[in-house]
Design a protein around this ligand. Structure first.
Ligand code: CMC
Length: 363
């Protein structure tokens, strides 16, 4: 029997959605470099590529945008459920609960494009509704005349974001739409492989994304940078953390043993939206020191900056608070999760084995 704790290097599926090359530091979505898509296309165009297999024509794009815009409203019962959740619950728990509550008999097997579009369209509305309620503000109704990303920012902030802010968030949301069999996508595929419904698969995937070793890292990057505070404190702080055996958030990746290409692209986006920002200046310095110390404390492990490090910088620079970082990741990754679930709809049940290390009772 082949064993691989953590399923490292185990292949469990074929996909034509994306290639994640950890040695070369490359990320491809269906024959396109993800970095190019992030800079030259919109959230909806790249979602179309992943869901339908090609970038849309102008007509196809208009149809998809209209469908998404038409599905943004969340039903009354979802608002009531969100309102019933205690204020101290974190946003990912709220998102998981609200998405789970969307399940209806219509969300059966096999998953359909209509279900996928409806769910994708509602994710930003759920987050913005909760965010505004917590601030005692009247949640803004979604606006059908705005694109997915612009409408998300509008609902969160109650006013239209600048074009530069929308472009920066769009780039982040495109770069994180899809990423092979990461823990949350794998989780979604496991659930789908039992022929459970789309909502159950996505609810489970949200639970997996929430963890700090996966999608929960960017807010911890912010915590780390705030704790460091000044450039002078970077080396002593990071050294002390590594001496204690702690992990530096925003560094390391199971697949990438060279620079995460999403981090490369996002660092450029961060510099363009946050020029002269002292926080970005500190982040860039911390990155340099962290990479040096990781080589000293963990030589040969191939630990580099990952996407979450610059995700924090980009989201912060456009005015999103840390509590919105991982939920925003879920907004984008819903596209990849659902593309995988559609692709794997008729696959074999995923059912690995474990090695029993206990004792066997006498016959
Ligand atoms: N800081 C310090 N040491 C680290 C780090 C880190 N960020 N990441 C890994 N290591 C060390 C680890 O302690 C181990 O050392 P040793 O060989 O002495 O035991 C070695 O590197 C290998 O670690 P591992 O746990 O086997 O590696 P993994 O492939 O299971 O971990 C990871 C991948 C992302 C969970 C890990 O690098 C980590 O915890 N990073 C910090 C959290 C983070 O930034 N997560 C976001 C990942 S990118 C977003 C996404 O795609 O989900």
């Amino acid at each position: 029997m082949i064993t691989s704790i953590g399923l490292e290097n185990v292949v469990v599926a074929e996909t034509d959605l994306s290639l994640v090359d950890g040695q070369k530091g490359q990320l491809v979505y269906r024959n396109y470099w993800a970095r190019d898509l992030a800079l030259e296309h919109s959230f909806e165009e790249v979602a179309h590529l992943l869901w339908y297999g090609h970038l849309p024509s102008a007509d196809e794009l208009a149809v998809l945008k209209e469908k998404l815009a038409g599905e943004r409203e969340i039903p009354f019962h979802i608002k009531s459920i969100i309102d019933a959740i205690p204020e101290n619950a974190d946003m990912m728990s709220v998102l998981r609960t609200a998405v789970s509550a969307l399940g209806t008999p219509d969300h059966g097997w096999p998953p359909t494009m209509e279900q996928v579009i409806s769910l994708t369209a509602k994710m930003p509305t759920i987050i913005a509704y909760r965010y505004n309620r917590l601030q005692n503000k009247e949640p803004k109704a979604p606006r059908a005349d705005l694109g997915h990303t612009a409408n998300y920012l509008f609902m969160l902030k109650g006013k239209e974001a600048s074009e530069a802010q929308v472009r920066a968030l769009d780039a982040y949301l495109i770069l994180t739409q899809e990423h092979g069999l990461n823990a949350s996508t794998f989780t979604g595929r496991v659930v789908a492989s039992t022929r459970s419904d789309l909502v159950s698969s996505i609810t489970a995937a949200i639970g997996a994304l929430k963890g700090p070793l996966h999608g929960g890292a960017p807010s911890e990057v912010t915590d780390m940078l705030e704790a460091i505070g000044t450039k002078e404190n970077a080396e002593p702080w990071l050294r002390a953390a590594l001496e204690k055996g702690e992990r530096l958030m925003g560094f390391g990746h199971r697949v990438y043993k060279t620079m995460d290409p999403r981090a490369v692209a996002l660092s450029k986006v961060a510099s363009s939206v946050a020029q002269d920002d002292p926080w970005l200046d500190l982040a860039t310095h911390v990155e340099k020191v962290a990479l040096k110390l990781l080589e000293e404390y963990k030589p040969g492990r191939g630990l580099n900056t990952n996407v979450e490090f610059y995700a924090a910088a980009v989201m912060r620079s456009i005015g999103l608070e840390a509590e919105l970082f991982t939920p925003s990741f879920a907004v984008s990754r819903t596209v990849g999760w659902s593309a995988h679930i559609l692709e794997a709809a008729n696959n074999r049940l995923i059912r690995p084995q474990s090695i029993y290390t206990g004792t066997i009772p006498a016959e």
